[in-house]
Design a protein around this ligand. Sequence first.
Ligand SMILES: [Zn+2]
Length: 564
Amino acid sequence: MVCLSDGKYETEVKLVLQEVSNADPTEVAKEFERYENEFLIPPRDALRSVVRKFMEPGSDADKTVSQPAIVAKKVTRFSELGSNDRNVSIEVLVSSYNSRLQQVRGEERNIGFGFIEDSPWEGDRTKWEYKDWGNKAQDLLPNSIVRLEGVSVNEWNGKKSININQTSRVSVLKEGSGTPPVPTSEPITIEQASKGESTVSVVARVISVKPDQIVKRDGSGTIDVVRGRVGDQTGSIGFLSWKALEVKEGDLVKIENAQVKRFRETPEINIGDYTKIEPYHDGAFPTKDDIQQESKSTIMSLRDGQRDVDIDLQVVDWTVRTFTTKEGESREVRSGEVQDPSGRCRLTSWAKVDLQPGSFIRIQNARVQAWQGSPDLVTDGPDQIVVLDEAPFGPIDSSNHWVTEDLDVLTSGGSRRGISTTGRIVSVRSDSGIILRCTKEGCRRVLRDGMCGEHGEVEGSEDLRLMMVIDSGVSNASLLVSREPSESVIGESFQGISERIRANGPEPFMSELKERFLGRRVTVNGRSINDDRGCMIQAESLVVVETNPVEIAESVIERWEVVL
Ligand SMILES: [Zn+2]
């Protein structure tokens, strides 16, 4: 048993308290201890989960921190800031200043944005994004060092940034380069442009261009826009133009003063009033066909928010589903599993396209939409799917088509289907076994003390699942094993397990699970889901590949210095 007063978790507790200033240090330390002892997760890796726990809505910490803080918080580093901090003072280096017109409460306003770096005078710097809502461009010249007062922290999708508000004060401590924030017109490659979010100039070939409409958020109508894709020898990128364009497919153009913005996980070039587009001449520039061939996607490369995806696939299965819209209309949607040599994903078609399992198809201009955390392909028109006469790649055995991937790659990349990975089980969670699920239609939430988070007290139906933590030695992920693969790996039916638990209580079954899995190396086939809660592997099948648990468990215990 760890004695909490010996300060074993002192550093981590401090970090948690920076985020959640009113949490009880003893409780926080206890939580780290629980992660280390019960889940075998070292404090460094448990940090994010512990912070989240103490910031949970309705918790005491949440109630306190969500009250407006009036006291100024003076910090020197971004790392000292929590997502609820208001009235912050900090000295920063301005690394960039861009601006764009944005609708703010029905009014068109010029909003500044860019990057600032903390610790401007010495030491390592951390870069954060900022937004200038207060029209302070004159005081935020690139390369200047400024003191920001009365700014606030904004957190979106787990990423923190600084809001400079109209009431904030900006004092210039060291003059900037003096150059007004105009972007360089020196062209960069599409690959470079895709990396950041800034003002860019590129020379690129138009691969596709078509008119489109954007529905205004307030429902007051639509805005005519032009969408398309441009590319060079380093890749291709989608664009969105807010003004009419005089370009056609195949044109080579120089685009100056355009903004790269991110839509979900995908960069996009935004063309606005200030963007200049002119014809460009270069006889050696790759043709449209060359670029298109080069920028063909694979399932592995799909990311949420992508558009204009061209990809060759094999159909695994295909079904039609009928549903009723909110307006009471009956609609059909078609979808199925598809694969290529790099993996599997779902394809949804809103057009009436009937596909045969086993057939090969070419998809053009598809979009990618995350569904349950995994990027899936969506097509809207019938001409986006072409059935191929010849296979674009060799045969794939769909019953055993798993792409082997390192757990470390899965925990740091996008969500993936059809993956196989190996790691060691370092924790069998106590909520493994027979659980009760909500029986309300469309809801399968796990009940806690007979309560559904959405529907309150409901009658539950029994289900079997295993919740574990799989670890590569570098990173770890939650591992969820649903009923069928659980039955298969345990070698016993759900009914059998349920009866045993009813007869003997849950403890013997839990210790049996620990004996069977804890410390063992397993190979999992399934999918990985990466979101702000970390990485979860959903197993479609699970096999134990090492069978000498005593030794292995000892080595795990030694590594994490855990006392069980
Ligand atoms: Zn429910």
